[in-house]
Design a protein around this ligand. Structure first.
Ligand SMILES: *[C@@H]1O[C@H](CO)[C@@H](O)[C@H](O)[C@H]1NC(C)=O
Ligand SMILES: *[C@@H]1O[C@H](CO)[C@@H](O)[C@H](O)[C@H]1NC(C)=O
Ligand SMILES: *[C@@H]1O[C@H](CO)[C@@H](O)[C@H](O)[C@H]1NC(C)=O
Ligand SMILES: *[C@@H]1O[C@H](CO)[C@@H](O)[C@H](O)[C@H]1NC(C)=O
Length: 590
């Protein structure tokens, strides 16, 4: 009886709220669109009748207005400015599809002009390993799955042009940035805007850093990266890579996509990730708590640069170069974040490299204990196994590049290993031959990984070698699984495909050299020869050639692409999955 009563009550409540809602006669429409606001305006066409919208004070891209609640449907259009008051306004252009109102219908989210859907269901990647115990990440709405937010950067155009013209220099421009997601609009003032990256600075589409000043933040973060995805015609590799790192329980940025505008120019579709700069460390390891969190040094491994090359051929391979700090401070390493106590220095890194050079390589309890005093070994072994499984072609094992070492506290001698910048991955190679990346046998991976100090020593310890093998076998089977990943990839491609077409139509604003990555090639060549890295000339040439060509999205996803430096994303996953299974004697999968 009670159950029947309560369900009747529930039914009546529902009906009343429906009656209540349908009595509200208007809807607030919100659309994001870059138009010439002086000459044109946005309108919403509701049940075939147009109503003009007005620009919001928050952003010149966001147009809102009230109009009748759509019964059949609605779509957005562009009209002439001088017709906003005109009942018979003429549409200059309009969306080629009809939208329907969300439940309730009193307001729309911030919709994007000419995108047929606001949000998508993205199949998540199943967690395959527990997060490492020291990870204590804040809950944040920074990366909303299935949604593409919009970022509008507003600043002095002359300075921004100058920055794009001198893209190889470190130039910062002060800007105001508005972030618009489906249900939120936030504006930040005094945001430092700069081109990021090293070897990618000559690409026509730049990557950028944003630095929000203290006391402001976007869902807990202040340092963000806009990744151009310029080397990846599938647009999915980095996003997938970071999601897989998270699923394997290692510290990493999470990832999403954003549309970027600078002043009155559409710039394109970008990957949106966290820069490992404060407050990132405490967000990742201390649930965002500043009080009482004793932060250690964060060192970045950057391979090498001209100075480090000429002063002793130094690369960030964790070789012990003796006790003098300057030998580590030539640009091959960088102190990315200072410790919360004491002066920043290379001493803790030097102590670590000294340990590695003298480290015990036998399998006794005592030796393992000693390694664990200096490294969180599970973070090292998972990181290396992931590099192998995901095929990072310019990571620590392949090129002594793109990694971070985080000192657990300002006085600790123990480090956590972190991977970064995973764009050269999943069969996209810029330096190393694909066969050496696709292999299922880590002895072959990227040439010989045991030639470098760290993995040479680590893999000489039988227990670590066993764990490394187990991890590669397990991750190759469960994480690099063609069936589960295909769903995530297809969902992501469905979400971004209209934006990829838009991205390709955006004029590129970086005016520097058109020859992309030529420095990288020259550099890598010299170092490949000098330091025994497996740099392959023909892969480098092929990479440069295809960087200038358009490769259609579906071809980049499925392959084959016709370029030896680029496999289809799914093609790589199947090949590598099978190669690992074959090497470890497991079953194969098509
Ligand atoms: C309204 O627009 C129509 C079509 O462009 C035009 O002929 C008419 O003169 C306009 N009326 C006013 C009051 O501006
Ligand atoms: C709208 O989208 C269609 C299909 O994606 C495209 O062909 C058209 O150029 C777009 N129009 C504008 C104004 O962006
Ligand atoms: C940013 O916004 C502030 C406050 O509205 C304004 O004073 C300043 O001129 C703006 N800066 C830029 C670069 O537009
Ligand atoms: C293993 O290495 C440690 C540290 O170098 C050393 O003290 C120990 O004697 C070694 N044990 C064996 C069995 O070689």
């Amino acid at each position: 009886m009670t159950r029947l009563k309560s369900s009747i009550l529930f039914y009546v409540t529902i009906c009343l709220s429906i009656v209540h809602l349908t009595f509200g006669k208007t809807t607030n429409y919100h659309v994001i669109s870059l138009i010439d606001n002086a000459k044109t305006a946005m309108a919403v066409v509701v049940d075939d009748k147009p109503y003009s919208l007005h620009v919001t004070p928050e952003s010149a891209l966001l147009h809102i207005g009230s109009a009748p609640k759509a019964k059949k449907g609605y779509y957005y259009a562009i009209i002439k400015r001088d017709q906003v008051q005109n009942e018979t306004m003429v549409l200059l252009e309009h969306e080629p599809f009809v939208r329907s109102l969300p439940a309730g219908g009193n307001t729309t989210p911030n919709e994007f002009y000419n995108r047929s859907r606001n949000s998508f269901d993205i199949t998540p990647i199943p967690k395959v390993l527990d997060p490492l115990p020291f990870i204590d990440r804040i809950k944040s709405k920074l990366h909303q799955p299935g949604q593409i937010a919009t970022i509008h950067i507003v600043g002095p155009q002359d300075q921004i042009d100058h920055m794009h013209k001198k893209s190889k220099k470190d130039i910062q421009v002060m800007t105001n940035v508005t972030y618009i997601s489906l249900n939120d609009v936030q504006t930040f003032t005094g945001v430092e805007f700069e081109i990021s990256g090293r070897f990618s600075r000559e690409a026509a589409k730049s990557s950028y850093n944003l630095k929000i000043p203290k006391k402001q933040n976007l869902y807990g973060y202040r340092r963000l990266k806009l990744r151009s995805m310029a080397t990846d015609p599938s647009y999915v590799r980095e996003d997938l890579g970071y999601k897989m790192l998270a699923a394997a329980g290692v510290p990493t940025t999470y990832s999403s996509f954003v549309r970027v505008f600078i002043n009155n120019e559409p710039i394109g579709l970008f990957g949106f990730i966290e820069n490992f700069k404060n407050p990132w460390l405490r967000n990742e390891f201390a649930n965002g708590n500043k009080d009482g969190y004793d932060q250690g040094h964060l060192y970045q491994g950057k391979f090498t640069n001209a100075k480090a090359k000429f002063l002793g051929n130094r690369v960030s391979d964790l070789s012990y170069e003796g006790p003098k700090e300057w030998k580590y401070d030539l640009g091959q390493y960088k102190i990315k974040e200072d410790p919360s106590q004491g002066q920043p220095s290379y001493q803790p890194l030097i102590a670590l490299t000294k340990f590695i050079s003298e480290a015990p390589n036998n399998g006794t309890e005592a030796a393992m204990h000693e390694w664990n005093q200096h490294f969180d070994m599970e973070s090292v072994l998972r990181g290396m196994a992931l590099e192998m499984v995901l095929g990072f072609g310019d990571g620590i094992m392949a090129m002594s590049d793109n990694y971070y070492l985080y000192q657990e506290s300002s006085t600790s001698e123990r480090f956590i290993f972190i991977l970064s910048d995973v764009d050269i991955s999943f069969g996209s190679n810029n330096l190393i031959k694909r066969e050496l990346i696709n292999t299922g046998d880590w002895h072959q991976f990227a040439g010989d990984i045991t030639k470098r100090p760290l993995m040479g020593k680590v893999l000489a310890v039988p227990e670590f070698k066993q764990r490394f093998d187990d991890l590669i076998k397990y991750l190759g089977n469960c994480l690099l699984n063609p069936d589960t990943l295909s769903r995530t990839i297809d969902d992501t491609v469905a979400m971004i495909s209209e934006d990829v077409a838009w991205d390709k139509s955006c004029e590129r604003v970086t005016k520097a050299a058109v020859i992309s990555q030529v420095n990288l090639a020259v550099f890598a060549k010299v170092f490949g020869l000098l330091k025994g890295y497996a740099v392959d000339d023909s892969t480098v040439r092929d990479f440069r050639k295809r960087s200038k060509k358009d490769i259609p999205l579906q071809k980049a996803i499925n392959g084959p692409t016709g370029y030896k430096s680029l496999m289809g994303l799914k093609e790589y996953i199947t090949v590598k999955h099978n190669n690992i299974a074959t090497y470890y004697g497991g079953s194969q999968q098509q």
